[in-house]
Design a protein around this ligand. Structure first.
Ligand code: G3I
Length: 315
């Protein structure tokens, strides 16, 4: 007994869920969101295409709904995300360098100011790296070079002195070329005096690709730079159909991620990218894969739920 959030809190950590607006109206799901989690991340509602679909036209209704639910439930919110290469309107992508730099400043100033006081953290820059640890050749990088990253953090800090500012990426969970690239980038930002508080490790895992190499050691080396670390988008997909062997492997992955965070004092919490397999980004992105979350489509707990629960409970 005891919720995931309660057991995480005993370690001084949160346990969070990513939710979308269409999900939080599901009356079967809402009680689980309230009962199991101490933190929410909007899965889509705070992305640029939601918050500034047209130049200078800011729309916060979807993000505000999720903040309101979190406040009602006594949960913190991680804002996701200010600067990304996906879900950013065409009008932004078509700007020249000078106008793009101005749009970045204006977007961050407006959105961060709107949510000032409501959020625990922002994912300021999302997914800036290639698999080999070099900079992703996004429209941001092509037009502005790496300076867009430092600029984004400075603009966010100028708009809110208190919210935690994170950089966030996937496939950086274990030691390897991509996490080495993140480590160099973060060291460089710190050397430049850029205001950064934390590094987010998405942890979109798949049982067929193996568990990340030495995740605890990887989180620890970032923490040793004086930063918070967080597991921000955890899920563990598999090739369908699920069977008891795959579900047991999945449970082991979830347990290992949980234990990695518990072993690192500056790992502030874990967010799963959804709770129920009813709502998961996986099947539409990776056809034939899924069953990635803690409970099934009918909210029945899977072995993964028990593994996370027992790891948090010290079992
Ligand atoms: O809003 C439109 C709707 O108007 C339209 O009718 C419908 C038709 O497909 O699409 C809707 O947009 C979808 C959007 O989610 C909102 O539901 C997009 O097609 C769909 O591609 C989009 O997927 C999101 C994905 O990011 C896109 O980049 C997922 O929900 C979201 O979970 C996922 O989250 C990302 C994190 O932000 C960053 N890390 C990876 C993670 C998983 O991809």
């Amino acid at each position: 007994s005891g919720s995931l959030a309660e057991h995480a809190a005993a370690h001084g950590k949160y346990f969070g869920d990513a939710v979308d607006n269409n999900e939080i109206t599901d009356t079967a799901y809402r009680p689980h969101i309230a009962a199991e989690f101490s933190q929410l991340t909007p899965g889509n509602a705070m992305k640029w295409d939601s918050t500034e679909p047209n130049p200078g036209q800011f729309t916060y209704s979807r993000g505000d709904e999720i903040v309101a639910l979190a406040q009602q439930n006594g949960q913190t919110v991680r804002g996701h995300t200010l600067v990304w290469h996906n879900q950013t309107p065409g009008w932004v992508q078509n700007l020249d360098a000078t106008a793009l730099r101005a749009a970045l400043q204006n977007h961050i100033q407006n959105v961060v100011t709107h949510y000032r006081g409501d959020l625990y953290a922002w994912d300021v820059v999302n997914e800036p790296l290639n698999e080999d640890g070099t900079f992703r050749n996004s429209f941001w990088y092509q037009k502005l070079g790496p300076s867009y990253i430092a600029d984004a953090f400075r603009a966010a800090r100028a708009a809110d002195p208190d919210v935690k500012l994170y950089i966030n990426d996937y496939n950086t969970d274990g030691l390897g070329a991509k996490s080495d690239g993140m480590y160099r980038l973060v060291q460089d930002l710190l050397t430049q005096g850029v205001p950064i508080d934390g590094v987010g490790f998405q942890a979109h895992l798949a049982i067929q690709y193996g568990f990340p190499n030495q995740m605890r050691q990887n989180l620890q080396r970032f923490a040793a730079l004086g930063l918070d670390v967080a597991v921000t988008e955890l899920d563990v997909r598999m090739q369908l159909p699920a069977d008891s062997t795959k579900l047991a492997t999945q449970a082991t992955y979830y347990r290992n991620v949980t234990n990695a965070c518990l072993a690192v004092a500056r790992c502030v919490g874990i967010t799963t990218w959804g709770y129920t397999d009813k709502y998961s980004w996986v099947p539409s992105t990776f056809p034939g894969e899924g069953a990635a979350l803690l409970v099934d489509e009918n909210f029945q707990r899977k072995p993964a739920y028990t593994a996370v629960h027992d790891a948090l409970a010290g079992g």
